[in-house]
Design a protein around this ligand. Structure first.
Ligand code: SAH
Length: 276
């Protein structure tokens, strides 16, 4: 029997409750029989042994699953190979260019939702591939992205300014998407249990109401601003703007000149980048 491989972050989800929360959060629809209304096309990263794949196949028009582990792919082909709304791609999701692969397959083209229990060791790169970056947002954004992630990451993704979980990742992701915390998932919901607790989050990519004039500059400021935590922002940003000038600028924004990076909201970061 297939033993979970550590290097691929393999932890099989075995909680029915967690599975149904994940599927419900994705709010999946099937198209009509005449093909007039298109249903959801789901991208799943790391299907593993297919516990989540099964309900996705039942609730959506199509599922494109990307799995890196060849042995698991063999297993999945045996399990779902005959189901015609299932497409399995073997490879590393991070280096796969999906668009040309799916172009000749109309039923699987342009997945509009992502639903996945991802390998935690590559959460950051997966988020970046799905959302893009502040300077280069994904030009074909997904309608929604439901992910099972490490609880600590979920808290960061939905944190507000001033909270101890708020950081550069919060700003980067919230600039690109709205984030809902769906539910906690304890370590014992997995086999083998990971060392950390988990949580389900849902991201809905959307443009900022007032985007930064110069997104590249915003990225640079975030990188510097959060470079040493707990330091005052005016010290971290000294390389780009003098302490005095920044203090003045912050005061015109109605912000205390002694703030730290984690005290500024996403909108305030945008405002700051527009004025530096
Ligand atoms: N969704 C399954 C498995 C989750 S474990 C479940 O809930 O039970 C994470 C899965 O991601 C494993 O199947 C692992 O092999 C796969 N994986 C790890 N790195 C990957 C990568 N770079 N690209 C695609 N799949 C990957």
């Amino acid at each position: 029997m297939l033993k979970p491989r550590k290097q691929f972050g393999q932890h099989w989800l075995r909680s029915e409750k967690a599975l149904s929360r994940i599927v419900a959060a994705a709010d999946l629809k099937k198209g009509d029989a005449q093909g007039l209304v298109r249903g959801d096309r789901v991208l799943e990263i790391g299907p593993g042994k297919g516990v989540l794949t099964r309900p996705l196949l039942d609730h959506a028009d199509a599922v494109v699953a990307v799995e890196i582990d060849r042995d698991l792919c063999e297993f999945l082909v045996k399990k779902f190979g005959k189901i015609d709304n299932f497409l399995l791609l073997q490879g590393d999701f991070l280096s796969l260019d999906l668009e040309p692969l799916l172009a000749p397959l109309p039923n699987f083209q342009n997945p509009n939702k992502v639903v996945a229990n991802i390998p935690y060791n590559i959460t950051g790169p997966i988020l970046e591939k799905l959302l893009g970056t502040i300077a280069q947002p994904n030009p074909h954004p997904f309608e929604s992205i439901v992910l099972l992630v490490q609880r600590e990451i979920a808290l960061r993704l939905r944190a507000n300014a001033g909270s101890s979980h708020f950081g550069a990742l919060s700003v980067r992701v919230q600039y690109l998407a709205a984030c809902d915390f769906i539910c906690d998932v304890p370590a014992k919901a997995f086999q083998p249990p990971p060392k950390v607790d988990s949580a389900v989050i849902r991201l809905r990519p959307r443009p900022m109401t007032a985007p930064a004039n110069d997104p590249k500059k915003l990225e640079t400021l975030l990188k510097l601003g959060f470079s040493s935590k707990r330091k005052m922002l005016r010290n971290n940003l000294q390389g780009v703007i003098s302490r005095e000038a920044l203090s003045e600028l912050l005061e015109t924004m109605g912000v205390n000149s002694q703030v730290r990076a984690e005290d500024l909201s996403v909108e305030q970061w945008v405002a700051l980048s527009n004025q530096v």
